[in-house]
Design a protein around this ligand. Sequence first.
Ligand code: AHM
Ligand code: MG
Length: 333
Amino acid sequence: PDHSALGYSVGVTLDRFIKMKQDDFPFASGELSQILRDIALASKIVNREINRAGLSNIGGAFGSTNVQGEEQQKLDVVANIRFSRALTKGGEVCAIVSEEDDEVIDLQNSSGKYVVAMDPLDGSSNIDVNISIGTIFSIYRRVTPVGSPIQPEDIMQPGNKQVAAGYVLYGSSTMLVYTTGKGVNGFTYEQSLGEFFLSHPNICAPKDGKIYSINEGLNSQISEGIKNYITSCKERDFSARYIGSLVADFHRNLLKGGIYIYPSTAKAPEGKLRLLYEANSLAFIAEQAGASASDGKNRILDIQPTSLHQRTPLYIGSTVMVEEAEGHLKEAT
Ligand code: AHM
Ligand code: MG
């Protein structure tokens, strides 16, 4: 039967889609596919924990701070364990970089070809108030020979070297969106079946948009250029939308057209967001969907990382809007 009138696609599961797409890489051995499946599995477990967070005494602070000096939430810790465990057991990964771990986790698995950078649960301030949160990940191929100990150059790769990236949005429905460099596809989780189904094939971002997303409470700390850009958005009656969960703000703007900005501020000159596992992953997806990502001047994907938890200002979304914002920054300097 044709179910299209019901408004949902029954058919292509994430597993099947990954398998179909493996043929895009004729010489691939399926390891990348396995990593994607491992991430999807962990995300189902994390999704379950998040769904019952209010009931299970799993909300609230864990009582420690992470390497960036931010208070860890219990669910941050739970998500970190779940994703790390799935990637460790899978056997394809040699090293993990996580927002929640100070150092690189060397899995001592020298046969693993891949490095994963992740923010296991982003938008922590929204966990306890039942608002959308997300998982963000990037996958790189190691550059040193398989079989040898991992080296800093395996980890410190610019975003243009990503082989895959994605996010999970725990929103009003749970979605997994990913790219392997051949377009962007989105899958919606069907809770009762325990499966992700292809719901957003070949996502293409609008070139221009009418939504701007920035924490305007930072107004006294941001540059004239950004203030001018925000003013120009207001003059055109654009909508201000800011959830405070990067994945959710990014996802909305990707589908509807818009820009997300986390600028350099007086207190945080490099901005707040991390290059390796927040900006790069979303920048790869943005570009694959026909959108753009910049630090205000340079393409995010071309930034050579110099430290693990490095931050970067982020201007990401519809290409016309990102270029306009860059123009205002340039003009004001
Ligand atoms: P987190 O990694 O500690 O969760 O912080 C990242 C979050 C993003 O999801 C969000 O876009 C941003 O921080 C919001 O920051 P602010 O509250 O300063 O506007
Ligand atoms: Mg984060």
